[in-house]
Structure formats: structure tokens, C-alpha cells
Ligand binder design. Sequence first.
Ligand code: F6R
Length: 605
Amino acid sequence: MCGIIGYTGNGNAEKIMLDALELLEYRGYDSAGIALLHQGRTQIIKRAGRVKDLRKLCETVKPVGCCGIGHTRWATHGGVCDENAHPHRFGPVTLIHNGIIENYRELMEKYHLEGRLASETDSEVAAAVVEHFYTGDPYSAIRRTVLKLKGTFAFAIMFDDQPDKIFAVRNVSPIVAALTQDGAILASDVAAVAPFTTDYFVLPEFHVVCLEKEKVSLFDLSGDHAQIDWLKVDWDVSRSGKCGYPFYMEKEIMEQPQVIRETIAPRIRDGRPDFSAEQIPDSLFTDCKRICVIACGTAMHAGLVGKSLIQAMIGIHVDVVMASEFMYNDPVVDKDTLVIAISQSGETIDTLEALKFARKCGSPSICVVNVMGASIARAGEYVIYTHAGPEIAVASTKAYTTQLAVLYLITARMAMARGLWSGEELSDFMAELERVPQVIRRVLDTKEEIHRLSGAVLNARDVFMIGRGLDYSILLEGSLKLKEVSYIHSEAYASGELKHGTIALITEDTPVIAVVTQEKLKSKELSNIREVQSRGARVLLLIKENETLDAGEQWSCVYRLPQMKDPFMVMPASVALQMIAYFVSLDKGLDVDKPRNLAKVVTVE
Ligand code: F6R
């Protein structure tokens, strides 16, 4: 939540920051602002609205300076208005913030701030506390402030009398920093740094970084120099634009064959799943008595598919827990529980906190993360990176299918390590996994057909999605996708559960999307479809290409999915559902990549 940028150097700071804010906008888009420090004077330009609106304002104001900080906001404390936009200024201190200061009310009282603040934000309170402690030594002021704060924060701070310098500190919320050819830069994530350099580092928690034109210096909170651990950007920057697509979501859907291949290929050796590069010992897969997957949203839906696979093929119990609920259900995890934390961003605070708790309980852990060096990747014992590349659209697509790809690999390695499969069974499974990219390509090639079929739900107020077992897990994700990008109310229902209440909502012409991909569930699923059809529902059916349908029945809308073995049908079906959601949003003329109220990275609880 919230994107942060800071730049000092000989480049055009205003342009660098505005361009970076556009790349970071998926983290929040309620308001945007920049501040430039020039000859002891700080100029702030900010407003509610998008970065493009801020850009227009800057064209009129024409700010001057080559040292600046910028912010794109997802509102937490205080509504969406110009005053609450960042940067915030208090005396000589100008600050931007990502996170939540939980004790901001106490701080207001303690430092007599009532009536002295220009905004309703917790962030301005932090700026005021820094100002309170500032007597010319930024490190001391930052250290003393941080010791007073409860909550999460990533701050970038400028002081009027510290020319060309930007200071930053963080707890939980991310900051990365780097040197560029003509300056130094910091940002909430690598996407904004990658256009300038491939070398960057993650600011360690409770450390202060100081950016100057030609150097970056890192200190711990006692003021001692700390060593910088440099990392390399692991994606191709030329792939981070829209590449001719109208929206990132479409581009990212289309990239799936390639990124799935890139995720699985390095982990297959001699036709077998291989995690030696990740240094994951087989004992992790053989010693656990149960598995607990923790994740949120789409990543949790990937976990549900993993549960079906592992329970069916390995025969051990898997719980999938919403990370946001994990701590409130008296979690029982121990050294016999393998915890798998799944997160695209690697920064989701609920997942991070749940993982930290599980590790304290002695659970071994694997994190499945897309962003290199992210907090969750560093908090886990082992990490398997999905190689989805930057996912910019708020609605997750390619991150989800690469997470699934990793879960197939984990299942296969676990079966192998436990000696559960014959050589032939293992090769069949792996061969099917390697076929996924080409099968998804076939779905993508039917773009026009899916666009036409999406018309079945375009004008709906409510949509129901029904299926059983793996099909139900597929639909949970398909339904989330439709909701978030089209604003259509949609619910995924386990179809056997319909008769226990929900079928009351099915009336004449209610659109229902049904997925039937599992042989063992087919006849029951088709019966459930007939039940809703006989109440007047209009059904869009997704079914395998070689299934025969009873000619006597009314199938107005059928999409034929390319054939895979049943456990793998999740892949083509999920991609078809992603495309339905995308086309509905597109045809409604919505901002597909930035749905209202959402942000890509959820770093507040
Ligand atoms: C939906 C979506 C979210 C995320 C969830 C977890 O399209 O993207 O539901 O999956 O916020 O985010 P990560 O994976 O970054 O932990």
C-alpha cells in the first residue's frame, strides 16, 4: 500500500519521480505528490487523483530541484483529499510514509499536536515527531522518532538544511535503494529502480539509509555503519511496459505460457522435479506430518489447489488458512507442520506475520514468492521464486498460475521423496506439467471466442459460479477476478451446497458459470447444473473438449477447454476465467488495471 520514491542526483528529479510514481501507482492511487528540495527550500506539489493529474499540475507549477521524494497513496487514515496527500511537512521536515502508525493519537497528545496539523493522517504526526527531535542531526531525530512509534512504516525524509540528502527508515513496509549513473534512488519496490540499474539492496528494518548524489550510506539505529547486501534485478526490464496491450492485465494473461515455462524449466532435471538450487532438503518433504498453507486472496486460492493435489496424491492433511485470520484462530502449528507461505509481492503483512509466528513455533517453512528479496522471502526458511516477472495489474493472473506451477513441482518432489510414485508415474506427471504452457497458449488463441462468451455476464448484477472439488477452487479464483475488475457481484459455490440455501437466489436469467473438468465429479456437477437450469438460469459451461454433452439438453453457451489430465485442468480453466473477467471489465470501459479501492500490495492489516 502506497508507493514511495526518492531521488537525488544530476538527473531531472521531477521527471524521474513522476515516471517512477506511474510504475508504483498500482500500490495505491488515491492521491499523488512530490517534494523537491532546492537551496534550502522545499516545494510540495500534491493532489487527490492519479499520477497523471499530478503530472498536469507540475506542468503548471514547474518545480525546481534535483533532490526529491514522491508518493502515491492508498488512503488509510483520513479521506481522499489534497490535504491528506503526501508529502507532509512540519517545520523543516518533509516526509512520505507507507504503513500505519498505530499510536498516532497518543503521539498527538504527547507532543501537543492538536490543532497544529494540516491533515488527518498518521503520517503527518510522524513528520511532527521527527521535527520535535530535530536539532540538526537527522540520524538522531530519526532514531528517537522510530523508538516512539508503534506500527509499520517506510519513511523517506528530507530536511530543509540537509541539501541533496534523503533519509529513509523502515519497519515491515518495504524500501529498496540503489545508485544510478547520475545519482541515488530509493523506492517501495524494484519496479521503479529497475529502469536505472540492475544492482539494488533492500533496506534492512530499523536501519537508516542516507542517499547523496554519489553515494548511499547505511547505518544501524545506534549510528554505526552497516554493510549493504547488494542484489541483482532478476527480470528483463524491457518486458515491464505494456508492450502494445491496452492494459497490463491482458499483457500479463498473455505472458503466462512463457513465465510458467521460466518457472518450471530450471526446476526440472532429467525429467524430475529438482529444488537443489533452492537448497531444499528432501527431509522437509518427508518429515512433515501435515502442511499448512498461509496466504491471502488469489495466493490463497492457489493454496487451495495445492491442498487438493497434495491430499489426493500424497495423502497427508493440508490446511489452507487465510493469513488475515490465522492469528485469530489459535493456530496449531509445530515442528511436524510444513508451512507454505504464498505471496506474489512477498510483502502482504498478514502472511508475513503468520509466517513469523509459525517459525517461532518451530515449523519448517517454504515461501513461494515472486519478488526477489521481499520480506516474506527473507522471513522464511526456504524460498522458491516464481519467475512471473513484475505483475503490475492489480488483479493477479500470471503470479497465480506460476504459484500453481510451483505447487505441482512441490507435489511431485514430495511424492518422489516419499517413494510414492513409480518412475513412470513421475514422468507422466512431469510431462503433463511441461505441456501446460502450450495448452494455455491454445486457450489464449481463442481470445475472440472468449470475448464473445463474456457477453453472457456483461450486464449481470449477480453471477454465480458452480463446481465441485478442484472445479470449485478454480471458481473461487475466477469469481474473485470477475468481482475485482468488473464490480459485478459474483459468488463461487460448491455446487452440492446450492440446495442448502443459495439456490433461492437463482431466478429466471441469472447467469451461472459452471466448470466441469474432473471426471469423477462430472455426473454430479451436471446434475447440479440441470437444477439451476430448471429454475431459469442461463449457464455458461466450461468443459473439456472431448466430453460429449447430451444432445437433448439446452447448451447455449459452452466453452471447450483443451484437454489435460484432470489435476492439470485448473490451468486452462483458470486462464479462460481470467479472460472472461478481463473482457467484461474492458467492455464496461473500466480501468482494468486499477480497480477502485484496491492496491497491489497489502502492507496494512
Ligand atoms: C487478487 C489479488 C489479491 C492478492 C492478495 C495477496 O487479484 O491479487 O487477492 O492475491 O492481496 O497478495 P500477495 O500475493 O502479494 O501476498
